[in-house]
Design a protein. Structure first.
Length: 196
């Protein structure tokens, strides 16, 4: 990796860490510069402004992690209900990237940035739509293979499961505890079992 590429990546990684902990709007370019020990000139060589850097964080750092953690596990599954439960259990209880005290970075960006930044809205919506599409497709395939009842609406189930995930992330963040996750997972299991 060339020096310029390494500098750009270091800026993105440190900025992401700060933003994940403090929030996007309360993290300044000066905070990022102090943590990376990069000059202002070097920052502006790579990014026109903070928002361009924020978009790069989503595209280059978050998107690959979200694809591998949220979307790939639901592709090519036999039993989608078991796969959805296992995915949620992994995301909430085992995933080391997602910290309970800071919530879900995609949800945080969505809540903080989409009301006033169209670029963030577009990218985050595309990620969310991919997750909806893959989960809905897995449920539909599960209906065809007999794992899911024929009368189940795949999109409604997907929206319900995802809403619960984002909501319980906030409960965990508020309590700084995984305890709310356990209640969600127990109820999620019962709900998914009812779809068989």
């Amino acid at each position: 990796m060339k020096k310029a590429e390494a500098t750009r990546l270091a800026i993105l990684q440190k900025a992401f860490e700060l933003i994940y902990v403090k929030g996007y709007q309360t993290t300044s370019i000066d905070d990022i510069l102090a943590s990376t020990q990069v000059t202002k000139g070097a920052f502006y060589y790579h990014f026109r402004n903070k928002d361009e850097m924020g978009v790069a964080i989503i595209n280059e750092l978050m998107n690959p992690v979200l694809m591998s953690s949220f979307i790939e596990p639901l592709k090519k599954v036999e039993d989608p209900l078991e796969a959805i439960y296992n995915l949620m259990h992994n995301l909430l209880m085992e995933n080391e990237f997602l910290k309970v005290e800071y919530g879900c970075p995609a949800a945080n960006f969505t809540q903080e940035m989409t009301p006033w930044n169209a670029d963030f809205s577009k990218i985050l919506n595309e990620l969310t739509q991919q997750w909806i599409k893959v989960m809905s497709a897995a449920i539909t395939k599960g209906k065809e293979k007999g794992y899911v009842r024929k009368d189940v609406n795949a999109k409604q189930v997907t929206m319900f499961v995802m809403s619960g995930y984002w909501g319980v992330r906030n409960f965990g963040k508020l309590e700084n505890s995984k305890k709310p996750y356990l209640a969600y997972l127990k109820e999620l299991k019962a709900y998914l079992d009812s779809l068989k």
